[in-house]
Design a protein around this ligand. Structure first.
Ligand SMILES: *[C@@H]1O[C@H](CO)[C@@H](O)[C@H](O)[C@H]1NC(C)=O
Ligand SMILES: *[C@@H]1O[C@H](CO)[C@@H](O)[C@H](O)[C@H]1NC(C)=O
Ligand SMILES: *[C@@H]1O[C@H](CO)[C@@H](O)[C@H](O)[C@H]1NC(C)=O
Ligand SMILES: *[C@@H]1O[C@H](CO)[C@@H](O)[C@H](O)[C@H]1NC(C)=O
Ligand SMILES: *[C@@H]1O[C@H](CO)[C@@H](O)[C@H](O)[C@H]1NC(C)=O
Ligand SMILES: *[C@@H]1O[C@H](CO)[C@@H](O)[C@H](O)[C@H]1NC(C)=O
Ligand SMILES: *[C@@H]1O[C@H](CO)[C@@H](O)[C@H](O)[C@H]1NC(C)=O
Ligand SMILES: *[C@@H]1O[C@H](CO)[C@@H](O)[C@H](O)[C@H]1NC(C)=O
Ligand SMILES: *[C@@H]1O[C@H](CO)[C@@H](O)[C@H](O)[C@H]1NC(C)=O
Ligand SMILES: *[C@@H]1O[C@H](CO)[C@@H](O)[C@H](O)[C@H]1NC(C)=O
Ligand SMILES: *[C@@H]1O[C@H](CO)[C@@H](O)[C@H](O)[C@H]1NC(C)=O
Length: 736
C-alpha cells in the first residue's frame, strides 16, 4: 500500500468534450418514452444534487467542477422558499441564497440544471422549506385544496419562474434548466388529504403547465401525476419503477447514495458497490435521467436543519463530502461507472432493447441496432452467490449483487462490485485556537441568568405550544413559574413531560439537568430529585426546538414544548403545576442583544479573562482568533462542549451538540464489516456506537480573514471552551 498526499480535488482541468455544451444557444427540450430530447438530440442525464444554501458561494464553482469531473452532466437543486421569502412579500436572494448566481455557475461549467421548485422540499430542511409565517395565515392548511395555501404557493412558484425567465435560465431562452419540478414527494402523503389532495395535485399540475416554461415538468415520488407531468421515482433502487406514464422517460429524481444523521444517532453507511449497482440497474432497465440525492450534501448552517434533531452536518455520505472534497472510493467508483454508461449511451438511447434470462437472478439487457452495434448490461441480483454466465458464447464472472457493463456486448468495462478507484484516509488535524500567533487567548465571557431576562412576553395559566409561541424566530422558549412552600418535603421530585424537543431545567437558578427526545421520538419525560427551600422557589425551564418537522402529512401541525409539570413528594401529594401561572420569554437574552453580531458588545458586562469558566450554563464566549494554517477545509471541534450555537464573524456555523449515539443498547448495534450485497436500508450498516453523532462543524474558509476573527459560542448547559479546536480536514490518497 503506497500512500501519498495528493491534490485530489481537481486532478486535471481536463475538459470532457462529451459534455461540452455552450449554454448560450437556445435549446428546445422535449421527450418521449425513452429519454429527454434536447434540441433534437437524445441524452442521458447523470445529475448531481447540490443544494446551494448548504454551502457557500465561494465553494460553488469547485463543487460543480468536481461533479463534472466525476462524470455528471447536470446539477439539481431544490428552491428553498423559507430562505427566499423570510416574511410575506419580502424576498432575499443574497449570499448562500443567490440562486441565479448558482445556476449561472452551472451554466458556465457547461452543465445542465434541474430545478425542483417545490415549493415544499422536505429535504431534512427546517419546516420542509416552507416559511413558518405561512402556518399562521388564518385558515391555511398546507398541501391540499385550500385557498390560502394555493394562493401563497402559486405566488412564490410564479415568482421563481418569472425570475428564471427574466435571467434567461430556462433552456429555450439559452439557459441550462432542462427540467423542472412542481410539488415534491406528494404521492407519499396525498392519500391522507383525501379528495382535497387529489384536487390539489391536479391544480398544482395545471398551475405549473400554465407557466409556459418551455421545459418539461415532473412530480417526484408520484406514480399518477396528471397527464402533462412526468412521474418520477425517489428511492434506493428504481429499476422496477413503473409509473402511469409509459409515454414518458424514466426519471430517478433521488438516488440516495448515503443517508442523513440525527443528533444522538449512529452513522449510516451505504457502500459504493451498492450505489453503483442501483445506478447500473436503472440504466440497464431503460432509465435515462438519474440524479444523486445528494452528490454533495453540505451543511445545515444556522438553524436551517430540519427535524427534529437533524445534525448541522448534512454530509449524507455523498460522493463529495460536506467539506467539498471527493469521497473515495465512492466518487471514483461512480466516475468509472459514469464512463461505462457514457460509452453505452448511444445504444441505450437508440438501440432496440431486449432482456434475456441467464439463470435465476441472472439477466442480460441488450441494446442492438440494425448496424450490428450492441451494448449489454449483465446482472446478478442474487445477494449471496457469485456466478459465471454465458452470454453470446463468452463466459462472464458476475459477483453477487453486481452489474457488468459491456458497451460492445463483448468487453466488460465496469463491474459494480469491483472497486478499482483509489481509497483515501481522512483525518481531522487539530489545531489550537490562536490569537495573533499565540495560544494564550483573551476570552470575553458573559453569563445569562436563568429565566425571565426582562419583562415576560406573556403570562398564561397553562403550558403553551412552543412553536406557536416562538413562531420559530428562535430555538429557545423560557417557561418560568415559582412555588411557595412552608415545608421542603421529604424527597421532592420534579416531573416534566414534553412534546419535544429538548429541555434544560433550572431550580432556584441552578442547572439541574437536560431532558431530550431524539430523531425518532421527539417526545420525552424528565424526572429529577430536587431540593426545595422554605418560601419561594423558582422553576425556570428552557425548552428548545432542534429543527422543525420537515415532512409528513399535515406536518405543519406537529407541536413542541412542555405538556405537564408536577412535583411529587410534597405533603405526600402531587403538586400539579400544569395550570399554574407561567411566565414566558421568547429566546435567550444574548440573541435579543445580538451578541453574535461582529463588534457588538450588546452593552452587557463582558468579563475579560484568559481562563474562561467551565461547566457554566447559559454562557456566551467570545474570542478573536487567527485563521488556521494551510488551505484545507476546516471543522470546529466541539467535543469538549455541551450544546449550543456558534458563529464566526457573524456567520452562522449552526447548532452544535456532540451528543453521543448510544451503545450496547438492545438492537443499537454497529457493524464492523458491511456486506453491500442485498437491499440497502439506512439501518443496515451503522457505525459510530458510543461516538458523538457530530463532533466537527464546518466553518467555510471564505469566512476567515487572516486574524481577528470573532468566534462566538453560546453554551447552554456547560462546557470547556479551552478544548475547542479548529481541525483541518486532510485527505491522503491511498493507491494500491
Ligand atoms: C421541439 O422539439 C420537438 C421534438 O423534436 C418538436 O416536436 C417541437 O415542435 C419543437 N418545439 C419548438 C418550439 O421548436
Ligand atoms: C405575490 O404577492 C404579492 C403580495 O400580495 C404581490 O405583490 C405579487 O404581485 C404576487 N406575485 C405573484 C407572482 O403573484
Ligand atoms: C429514541 O428514543 C426512544 C424512546 O426513548 C427509544 O426507544 C429509541 O431507541 C431512541 N432512538 C435512538 C436512535 O436513540
Ligand atoms: C424481461 O423483463 C420483463 C420486465 O421486467 C420480465 O417480466 C421478463 O420476465 C423478462 N424476460 C426475461 C426473459 O427475463
Ligand atoms: C455462438 O456460437 C454459435 C455456434 O458456434 C454461432 O452459431 C453463433 O453465431 C455464436 N453467437 C454469437 C453471438 O457469436
Ligand atoms: C403542605 O401542607 C401544609 C399543612 O397542611 C400546608 O401549610 C402547605 O402549604 C402544604 N404545602 C404545599 C406545597 O402544598
Ligand atoms: C397553534 O395555534 C393554532 C391557532 O393559531 C392552533 O390551531 C393549533 O392547534 C396550535 N398548535 C398546537 C400544537 O398547539
Ligand atoms: C404521608 O404518607 C405516609 C404513608 O402513606 C403517612 O404515614 C404520613 O402520615 C403522611 N404524612 C402526611 C403529612 O400526610
Ligand atoms: C395536571 O393538570 C392538568 C391540567 O388540569 C391535567 O391535564 C393533568 O392530567 C394533571 N396531571 C396530573 C398528574 O394530575
Ligand atoms: C455593568 O457593571 C457596572 C459596574 O459593576 C454596573 O454599574 C452596570 O450596571 C453593569 N451593566 C449591566 C448592563 O449590567
Ligand atoms: C437475499 O435474498 C433472499 C432471497 O431472495 C431474500 O430473502 C433476502 O431478504 C435477501 N437479503 C437481503 C439483505 O437483501
Amino acid at each position: 500500500m503506497k500512500s501519498a498526499t495528493a491534490n485530489i480535488a481537481f486532478p486535471a482541468m481536463a475538459v470532457t468534450l462529451m459534455f461540452l455544451w455552450g449554454g448560450c444557444l437556445t435549446a428546445n427540450v422535449s421527450y418521449d418514452h425513452r429519454s429527454l430530447i434536447i434540441d433534437g438530440r437524445r441524452e442521458l442525464i447523470i445529475s448531481a444534487a447540490i443544494h446551494y444554501p448548504r454551502s457557500v458561494p465561494a465553494m460553488w464553482p469547485s463543487l460543480v467542477r468536481t461533479a463534472k469531473e466525476g462524470g455528471c452532466n447536470a446539477i439539481e437543486s431544490y428552491v428553498f422558499w423559507n430562505g427566499h421569502e423570510p416574511s410575506p412579500g419580502e424576498y432575499y436572494f443574497g449570499g448562500r441564497y443567490d440562486l441565479v448566481k448558482f445556476i449561472k455557475i452551472v451554466q458556465q461549467a457547461g452543465m445542465y440544471m434541474i430545478l425542483r421548485i417545490g415549493p415544499v422540499v422536505a429535504a431534512e430542511w427546517n419546516f420542509g422549506g416552507v416559511p413558518v409565517w405561512l402556518h399562521y395565515v388564518p385558515g391555511i392548511v398546507f398541501r391540499t385544496d385550500n385557498g390560502p395555501w394555493k394562493h401563497y404557493m402559486q405566488n412564490f412558484t410564479t415568482y421563481i419562474v418569472n425570475l428564471m425567465k427574466k435571467e434567461k435560465l430556462f433552456a429555450p431562452l439559452g439557459g441550462p434548466i432542462i427540467l423542472s419540478q412542481v410539488e415534491n414527494e406528494y404521492g407519499y402523503y396525498e392519500g391522507a388529504y383525501g379528495e382535497g389532495g387529489k384536487r390539489y395535485a391536479q391544480w398544482a399540475a395545471n398551475m405549473a403547465i400554465s407557466q409556459n416554461i418551455g421545459v418539461p415538468w415532473m412530480m417526484c415520488q408520484q406514480w399518477d401525476a396528471p397527464p402533462a407531468i412526468i412521474s418520477t421515482c425517489n428511492s434506493f433502487y428504481c429499476d422496477q419503477f413503473t409509473p402511469n406514464t409509459p409515454d414518458k422517460p424514466k426519471i430517478w429524481t433521488e438516488n440516495w447514495p448515503g443517508w442523513f444523521k440525527t443528533f444522538g444517532a449512529r452513522d449510516p453507511h451505504r457502500p459504493a458497490e451498492d450505489v453503483a449497482f442501483s445506478v447500473a440497474r436503472f440504466f440497464q432497465k431503460g432509465g435515462s435521467v438519474h440524479n444523486y440525492y445528494m452528490y454533495h450534501g453540505g451543511t445545515n448552517f444556522g438553524r436551517t436543519a430540519g427535524g427534529p434533531f437533524i445534525t448541522t452536518s448534512y454530509d449524507y455520505e455523498a460522493p463529495i463530502d460536506e467539506y467539498g472534497l471527493p469521497r473515495f472510493p465512492k466518487w471514483g467508483h461512480l466516475k468509472e461507472l459514469h464512463r461505462a454508461i457514457k460509452l453505452s449511451e448511444h445504444m441505450l438511447l437508440t438501440g432496440e432493447h431486449s432482456n434475456v434470462s441467464l439463470g435465476p437472478s441472472l439477466e442480460a439487457d441488450v441494446y442492438t441496432d440494425s448496424s450490428g452495434a450492441c451494448a449489454a448490461f449483465l446482472s446478478n441480483t442474487g445477494n449471496k452467490t457469485d456466478m459465471t454466465v454465458v452470454f453470446r458464447n463468452a463466459s462472464y464472472h458476475l459477483p453477487a449483487w453486481s452489474v457488468s457493463v459491456l458497451p460492445d456486448c463483448k468487453n466488460v468495462v465496469f463491474n459494480t462490485a469491483k472497486v478499482t478507484s483509489q481509497t483515501s484516509k481522512v483525518e481531522m488535524l487539530p489545531e489550537d485556537l490562536k490569537q495573533n500567533g499565540k495560544k494564550d487567548l483573551e476570552w470575553q465571557v458573559f453569563t445569562e441568568k436563568p429565566g425571565l431576562w426582562g419583562e415576560a412576553d406573556f403570562v398564561k395559566n397553562e403550558l403553551v405550544d412552543h412553536i406557536n409561541a416562538t413562531k420559530d424566530t428562535t430555538d429557545y422558549l423560557w417557561y418560568t413559574t415559582s412555588i411557595t412552600v412552608s415545608e421542603t418535603g421529604r424527597s421532592p421530585v420534579l416531573f416534566i413531560e414534553s412534546k419535544g424537543h429538548t429541555l434544560h431545567a433550572f431550580m432556584n437558578k441552578e442547572f439541574i439537568g437536560t431532558g431530550t427526545g431524539n430523531g425518532t421520538h421527539p417526545t420525552f419525560k424528565f424526572k429529577k430529585s430536587i431540593t426545595l427551600k422554605r418560601g419561594r422557589n423558582d422553576i425556570d425551564l428552557l425548552s428548545m426546538t432542534v429543527g422543525l418537522q420537515n415532512a409528513g402529512s399535515f406536518y405543519e401541525w406537529v407541536g413542541a414544548g412542555l405538556t405537564s409539570v408536577r412535583i411529587e413528594g410534597l405533603n405526600n401529594s402531587t403538586l400539579n403545576l400544569s395550570e399554574s401561572s407561567w411566565s414566558y420569554k421568547l429566546g435567550v437574552q444574548g440573541e435579543h442583544l445580538g451578541l453574535s453580531k461582529p463588534g457588538n458588545s450588546g452593552a452587557v458586562n463582558w468579563t475579560l479573562t484568559t481562563k474562561p469558566p467551565k461547566k457554566q450554563p447559559l454562557t456566551w464566549y467570545k474570542v478573536l482568533i487567527d485563521q488556521p494554517s494551510g488551505n484545507e477545509p476546516v471543522g470546529l471541534d466541539m467535543l469538549g462542549m455541551g450544546k449550543g450555537m456558534a458563529w464566526l464573524n457573524g456567520e452562522e456555523i449552526g447548532r452544535y451538540w456532540p451528543r453521543k449515539a448510544r451503545k450496547n443498547y438492545p438492537n443499537d448495534e454497529c457493524v464492523k464489516e458491511c456486506d453491500y450485497r442485498g437491499k440497502f436500508m439506512p439501518d443496515k450498516c451503522l457505525t459510530g456506537c458510543g461516538e458523538p453523532s457530530q463532533r466537527w462543524y464546518h466553518v467555510p474558509r471564505s469566512w476567515f480573514k487572516p486574524s481577528g476573527n470573532e468566534l462566538v459560542i453560546f453554551e447552554e448547559r456547560g462546557g470547556d471552551p479551552t478544548k475547542i479546536k479548529l481541525s483541518r480536514r486532510k485527505v491522503t490518497a491511498e493507491t494500491s
